[in-house]
Design a protein around this ligand. Structure first.
Ligand code: C2E
Ligand code: MG
Ligand code: MG
Ligand code: MG
Length: 282
């Protein structure tokens, strides 16, 4: 584009591009340091089962505590990590850390880990997961991998075989942010997912008279028919929860129940509920 606009324009934009490139390079270097210095942290958001009326799992969400810039949102660094390939070592850390912490939780509580497109196509992923499970002692059935629709752009045969390989380990696969990307209801039929996570954008305008109601109903109906679990993301108010219950959605995640919390708060949650139970028994 710069070229077609002529030489002078090109020179005009050059410093800005340089600046941007420098910032990206700096962030890349900072991500390397963060891995080395332990500046990444996982927060956990509860996944609530309507039928069981309890938290059956937690989604691990990456946090970066930057020494100068403070806490940086994953939305602001995961794309660059993905581009530079740094998502592989970062993602490996996330998988190990999530398994290590989840192994401390009650056995009927699982952990969900986000897997980026580059991680998904990385041949070493299966091995990373196997190692994390065996070194932490976490049962494979307690690990869920969240992948997004972007995997559908890739080779279908390859995507299918990766999904089958992962599921043969005993881990579960959830399709994250469903409805936002390249999705089509037919993907649900063709790929072996255990769970569909309905994107927050549909939940947002539930109860406001839009057509999201019908979308949610279509997704839960099809998922039910295919034997897949359903979860609605970003549930913030009671009205949304009520509609989701009516439409047969099975699980809920959102600020209505809890924001993502530090690992120590999850541990405390279990300690407290254990002491509530034992005090009832006593
Ligand atoms: P996601 O996987 O869809 O995660 C859900 C996001 O929605 C989280 O944002 C969560 O804090 C937010 N959320 C949950 N409930 C509510 C609600 O009721 N209202 C609103 N407004 N938001 C809610 P977060 O933690 O900022 O993460 C953003 C995205 O970054 C994630 O979206 C995921 O795509 C990515 N991400 C986070 N951690 C990792 C990771 O370890 N690896 C990879 N590859 N991606 C990650
Ligand atoms: Mg997710
Ligand atoms: Mg999501
Ligand atoms: Mg989402």
């Amino acid at each position: 584009r710069a070229k077609s606009e002529g030489k002078s324009t090109y020179h005009f934009f050059e410093p800005a591009l340089d600046q941007q490139a420098r910032e990206r390079r700096q962030t890349e270097l900072d991500m390397r340091s963060a891995l080395r210095d332990g500046d990444f942290e996982l927060h956990y958001q509860p996944l609530y089962s309507i039928a069981e009326d309890r938290f059956t799992g937690f989604e691990a969400l990456l946090r970066w505590n930057h020494p100068e810039r403070g806490r940086i949102s994953p939305l602001d660094f995961i794309p660059l990590a993905e581009e530079t390939g740094l998502i592989l070592p970062i993602g490996e850390w996330v998988i190990r850390e999530a398994c290590r912490q989840a192994a401390e939780w009650p056995e009927d509580v699982s952990v969900a880990v986000n897997i980026s497109p580059k991680q998904f196509t990385y041949a070493g992923l299966t091995n990373t997961i196997l190692q994390a499970l065996s070194s932490t002692g976490l049962a494979a059935s307690r690990l869920e991998l969240e992948i997004t629709e972007s995997i559908f752009i890739a080779d279908v045969e390859k995507t299918l075989s990766t999904l089958h390989n992962l599921r043969s380990l005993g881990v579960r696969i959830a399709l994250d942010d469903f409805g936002t990307g390249y999705s089509s209801l037919s993907y649900l039929r063709s790929f072996p997912f255990d769970k569909v996570k309905i994107d927050r954008s549909f939940v947002e305008d539930l109860g406001q008279g839009g057509n999201s109601h019908a979308v949610v109903r279509a997704i839960t109906t099809l998922a039910d028919a295919l034997g897949m679990d359903t979860l609605a993301e970003g549930v913030e108010i009671d009205e949304q929860l009520e509609v989701l219950k009516q439409e047969g959605c099975r699980n809920i995640q959102g600020y209505l129940f809890s924001k993502p919390m530090a690992a120590s708060d999850v541990a405390e949650l279990f300690e407290n509920s254990a002491s509530v139970q034992s005090s009832r028994v006593a």
